[in-house]
Design a protein around this ligand. Sequence first.
Ligand code: ATP
Ligand code: ATP
Ligand code: MG
Ligand code: MG
Ligand code: MG
Ligand code: MG
Length: 267
Amino acid sequence: MANSKFEYVRSFEQPDLILPNTWIVVRIDGRGFTKLTTKHGFTKPNDKRALDLMNAAAEAVMKELPDLVIAYGNSDEFSFAFHKNCTLFERRASKLMTTIVSTFTSYYTFLWSQYLPDKPLTPPLPSFDGRATSYPSDENLRDYFSWRQTDCHINNLYNTTFWALVQQGGMKNTAAEQELKGTVSSDKNEILFSRFGINYNNEPDMFKKGSVLYRDYTPSPPRPPPSPPRKTAPTELAHPIPRRNTRPSSQPLEPSPHFFKDWTESD
Ligand code: ATP
Ligand code: ATP
Ligand code: MG
Ligand code: MG
Ligand code: MG
Ligand code: MG
């Protein structure tokens, strides 16, 4: 029905192209997972099988979308980064974001019974929200992931202490909450160690730091050495192009492998 009299309604659609040459990060987060994890009796504070399920769904997303270079997840969230030079869907934010959300949700649901065979999935089914953000510099992208990882650390230290007070200390939820009000990290570490003999440092890395998936890439081969200067100007050019314009436009910056590794080491 091309060019029908109804076609004008297309002009109501707003453009949402993401700025070229910027990293695009799509973050998804489980909707109402506090309820969902209670309903299905997830082990608190961390059900490892449920985290493995999140990672498996994220891996499937990365396999289906080759433009993704790195993904980071913890709890019920995952962040996916598209390469700066990605041109998928003309970089339309809503298409990139909704495709990630629905692909992730499909796999999360599909793989559920494999990871949680003793917990039949019934409505309300898991769902995820999503947002797309663009980051201009490598430093911004790195800081983004550091931000999410710090969030993971803060939440996990809180949850680990909270559930120790409830499960091992026999406290009511509200009492444990009250006990933790106004405490800083060192207080929580102290509670865990002195009252429950838990050294927080020995908790699994996946719980403390989250999970990273990244695509192996081959760095571009080194450029050949420049050819020797010509003795005569090329005659075919009536107006020789100024030298700065004859160079290839700057290549998109390839992150070094260290870019992907370093930030996971920082706390
Ligand atoms: P919203 O819809 O606003 O995101 P939410 O209930 O999902 O609400 P979040 O801040 O996203 O709120 O918190 C996620 C919840 O899911 C937390 O309570 C967290 O402890 C729980 N959760 C996520 N993954 C696991 C897991 N693997 N094991 C146990 N609990 C988990
Ligand atoms: P894109 O990812 O760009 O949307 P697409 O292949 O999904 O690519 P669409 O324009 O959305 O392209 O077209 C949907 C396709 O699915 C068409 O080929 C259509 O005939 C087919 N299709 C959708 N629903 C049915 C159905 N119920 N029975 C048979 N074919 C269907
Ligand atoms: Mg949320
Ligand atoms: Mg959530
Ligand atoms: Mg969350
Ligand atoms: Mg279609």
